[in-house]
Write a protein that binds this ligand. Structure first.
Ligand code: ADP
Ligand code: MG
Length: 399
């Protein structure tokens, strides 16, 4: 992820047509948008181009229409939300290439913003068809990608266009790439990775990549159970992937060989039923979990030890909650560790980068999100980056 061009590299763009890939896959409820975070993320890019006098054409997918027009997935459903965030009128253009787009560009004044129809209405988008991309590019002067969340897909609007037009990272993309670089590519050492969540199977590649890159691998959540079981601990009726014992052992051996310390909890919070504040709730050593109990959170002693680990680190990258944080009191470890990371970040001694759908929710729940150095809202793309994969949308921007 060396060098990519940014909006700073643009010359005079007055009257030029910019194709700007954004993330408008907004959460909806009954036809109205419930959260505009993704629009807000790209607003600085759109407004900057608009202020510089470009004609800005927004490109985005919405849902999974599967290469066909589908009126229930028109990107026009996001139009009002986009206008509200930008504070200006946006012209909806119900096509993506051809004469309608050309005529619309003729109507747009310099600085105006247009919204093109759902890229996934055309099969060429997901097929990354070169002719399809060329048809879109024909109406534009340059391409800006501001949707890191879609960068793990090699689609026409995320990758193909960057191969045809002069290409730039938007401000949100630039921020994300810089944050990721400071977390795993060129981090200040020592680095800790916190990996939690439900299952090892969904994050195998993440763990395999991290053991070679970080000094401390902190494993919590349901996935810690699989590692504990692999070490011979009886985890009772905890969520546990017993078929992954060998895999877990292989990861611990790889960590050993790479000089990475794997941290597993030695005390845990358990109960016999999964409910809020259950009567059978107790904290115990991992070796004392009963047949009828399940591990639902990391215990307080382990949390204290993990906080001490973070205090010795300069960088932490975090994906996955430490426990079943949606249900009280199994949010305690996640909240405590998140607060420690947040406080160290606010103090300036730790660079903290986190991502993942439930992780973001958990950090918000802990009131820790604001003090983290960077929080990625890109679920799939963030995980693929943590797996060490090259993201096609990012690679295409790299010069
Ligand atoms: P992310 O979306 O941030 O990548 P995941 O989807 O992998 O995170 O994991 C989040 C889920 O893991 C949460 O719903 C949480 O309840 C669950 N979880 C965490 N710890 C446990 C546990 N000990 N037992 C069962 N589920 C757990
Ligand atoms: Mg999740």
């Amino acid at each position: 992820m060396s060098s990519f061009k940014t909006l700073d590299d643009l010359g005079d763009v007055t009257g030029k047509v910019a194709l700007v890939r954004v993330d408008l896959n907004l959460p909806m409820n009954g036809g109205s948008v419930t959260d505009t975070t993704r629009v807000e993320a790209s607003a600085p890019t759109i407004l900057e181009l608009s202020e510089k006098g470009a004609k800005v054409l927004l490109l985005a997918h919405f849902g999974r229409p599967g290469g066909k027009r589908n009126s229930t997935m028109s990107v026009s459903m996001t139009l009002e939300a986009v206008e509200e965030v930008l504070g200006s009128e946006v012209m909806f253009i119900p096509e993506i290439q051809g004469p309608v787009v050309e005529q619309s560009i003729g109507i747009l004044r310099n600085g105006d913003v247009g919204l093109l129809e759902n890229t996934r209405f055309w099969p060429g988008e997901e097929a990354n068809d070169a002719d399809f991309a060329a048809g879109i590019a024909a109406n534009a002067d340059f391409y800006v990608n501001d949707a890191f969340s879609a960068a793990h897909r090699a689609h026409a609007s995320t990758e193909g266009l960057a191969r045809i037009l002069p290409s730039y990272a938007g401000r949100a993309m630039e921020k994300e790439l810089n944050a990721l670089e400071s977390a795993l590519e060129k981090p200040e050492q020592p680095v800790a990775a916190v990996v939690g969540g439900a299952k090892v199977s969904s994050k195998l590649a993440v763990l395999e990549n991290l053991v070679g890159k970080v000094q401390h691998l902190i494993i919590g959540g349901g996935m810690a159970n699989t590692f504990l079981a692999a070490r011979g601990v009886d985890v009772g009726k905890s969520l546990c992937e017993h078929d992954l014992t060998e895999t877990a052992n292989a990861i611990m051996e790889a960590a050993d060989a790479a000089g990475c310390t794997v941290h597993l909890p030695y005390d845990v919070v358990v109960s016999q039923e999964f409910a809020a504040n259950p009567p059978s709730l107790r904290t115990c050593n991992v070796h004392e979990v009963a047949e009828s109990e399940m591990i639902l959170d990391v215990g307080p002693q382990a949390v204290e030890a993990l906080a001490d680990v973070l205090k010795t680190c300069r960088t932490v990258v975090w994906n996955g909650p430490m426990g079943a944080f949606e249900t009280e009191p199994f949010d305690a470890a996640t909240v405590a560790l998140a607060k420690t990371a947040a406080a160290l970040s606010a103090e300036g001694s730790l660079v903290s980068v986190a991502g993942g759908g439930d992780t973001v929710a958990a950090l918000n729940h802990a009131g820790a999100a604001r003090d983290f150095s960077y929080i990625s809202t890109a679920g799939g793309a963030f995980l693929e980056w943590m797996e060490g994969k090259e993201l096609p949308g990012v690679a295409a921007l790299t010069v």
